[in-house]
Design a protein around this ligand. Structure first.
Ligand code: C5P
Length: 239
């Protein structure tokens, strides 16, 4: 877990299985982890996870489940049966939903002969700033809400959270270093912000103590995605 390569999760935000597999083949072994999110999964289905695993990759299945506990438990069971190494739910779905989802995923993975996936909870989306929370009627700052939701996720028995790199330090100090923090909203100095608001560079995020960095467009929207991944890995090592 100490190599930058083992901490970088490249978000395969494409629209088909063919595009996903072509993108991965071009990376030529530069990646350990990829992320399959709602965009790819809703086009390609669970088979793409199997194919990525067959390429020797670890897969974060980022479907951010948020529903009643029974539905999320069934969805987490199915997600774990794909062999995904990491899955997630929304912390705002509540403690019972998170606990039932995690329990179902762990049980299903064991029954299918897979190691239990890491089950993590999304705290506050990195595309949301304080003004977006105000519009939702939430008076806490993103930072306060993220710590509160991380606490709920820990109480529900989850392995960690997805949070902005700006919140890593405060979450780690409140929850302990063993509680995973996975951070999207990573922007190397040379990349555009896109729709992300609460961002940090790869080196800064590693310095804050992030366990995994999720990077999408700076890698796969680059003219040379492999070079962009290698450059990101170099920046992570700069810490
Ligand atoms: O392209 P970019 O690096 O912004 O991609 C970030 C990825 O992480 C996207 O797939 C997005 O869905 C995901 N994500 C996020 N913020 C969260 C959780 C996941 O940006 N809080």
């Amino acid at each position: 877990m100490n190599q930058p390569k083992d901490k970088l999760i490249a978000a395969l935000d494409v629209d088909s299985q063919d595009e996903a597999m072509a993108a991965v083949k071009k990376m030529d072994g530069a990646l350990t982890w990829v992320k399959v999110g709602a965009r790819l999964f809703s086009a390609a289905g669970p088979k793409v996870v199997t194919l990525l695993k067959q390429e020797g990759l670890k897969v974060f299945l980022d479907l951010k489940f948020h529903d009643i506990p029974a539905t999320v438990a069934s969805a987490c069971k199915n997600a774990a049966c794909t062999g995904a190494d990491m899955i997630n739910v929304h912390a705002l779905g509540g403690r019972a939903m998170m606990a039932e989802g995690a329990a179902a995923a762990r049980k299903a993975a064991m029954a299918a002969g897979y190691p239990p996936p890491m089950v993590i909870a999304v705290t506050v989306l990195t595309s949301m700033g304080p003004e977006d929370l105000t519009l939702l009627g939430i008076s806490q700052t993103p930072n306060e809400l993220a710590v509160h939701l991380a606490d709920e996720a820990k109480a529900a028995g989850l392995d960690g959270v997805v949070a902005s790199p700006l919140e890593v330090e405060v979450i780690k100090s409140a929850m302990g270093s063993g509680f995973l923090v996975v951070t999207p909203g990573i922007r190397p100095v040379w990349a555009s912000l896109d729709d992300q608001k609460r961002v940090m560079t790869p080196a800064e995020a590693i310095k804050q103590g992030a366990d995994y960095l999720v990077v999408g467009r700076p890698i796969f929207a680059a003219a040379d995605p492999k070079a962009a991944a290698l450059r990101t890995l170099e920046e992570m090592a700069e810490e």
